[in-house]
Design a protein around this ligand. Structure first.
Ligand code: SF4
Ligand code: SF4
Length: 128
């Protein structure tokens, strides 16, 4: 999976896509909220009430979609302090990849790179 991930992202230009940022919200952990609020010089509770809501699994996620922090040229306005979930997306290079198969299947519908990685994985293990 690591090789397939690396191969795919050598030829994937996320700046011409940004579909993840346009259609899904990352989870904002307490550490993310602390770091990003500081970046904006906001109190954490202000940041939460302005940008976030609590989802059905009790995680903080974005109130709006596309992401508030996505610029028109598809750059992330908070790239250096972005949520951990954004920096790790689409998680196809995760060490225990087999533990997140359900997440990967969902991401096939969001991320063209994941689609290609899964197709290549299927052909390598000869799944139809
Ligand atoms: S959806 Fe996938 S290919 Fe598109 S920007 Fe996000 S990570 Fe990159
Ligand atoms: S914080 Fe940045 S990387 Fe994360 S979804 Fe928003 S624009 Fe995309």
């Amino acid at each position: 999976m690591q090789d397939l991930h690396d191969e795919q992202f050598e030829e994937t230009d996320c700046l011409t896509c940004a579909n993840c940022c346009k259609t899904t919200s990352p989870i904002f952990t307490d550490k993310d909220i602390n770091r990003i609020s500081k970046h904006f010089k906001m109190k954490e509770h202000q940041f939460i009430s302005q940008y976030l809501r609590v989802d059905e699994d009790n995680f903080h996620v974005l109130k709006s979609s596309p992401c508030t922090f996505l610029a028109e040229d598809n750059y992330c306005m908070i790239y250096d302090v972005r949520p951990k979930a954004c920096s790790e997306y689409p998680h196809t290079n995760r060490r225990k990849f087999q533990t997140i198969l359900d997440i990967t299947l969902n991401n096939v519908e969001v991320c063209p790179a994941v689609y290609h990685i899964v197709e290549k994985m299927k052909s390598r293990i000869k799944v139809r």
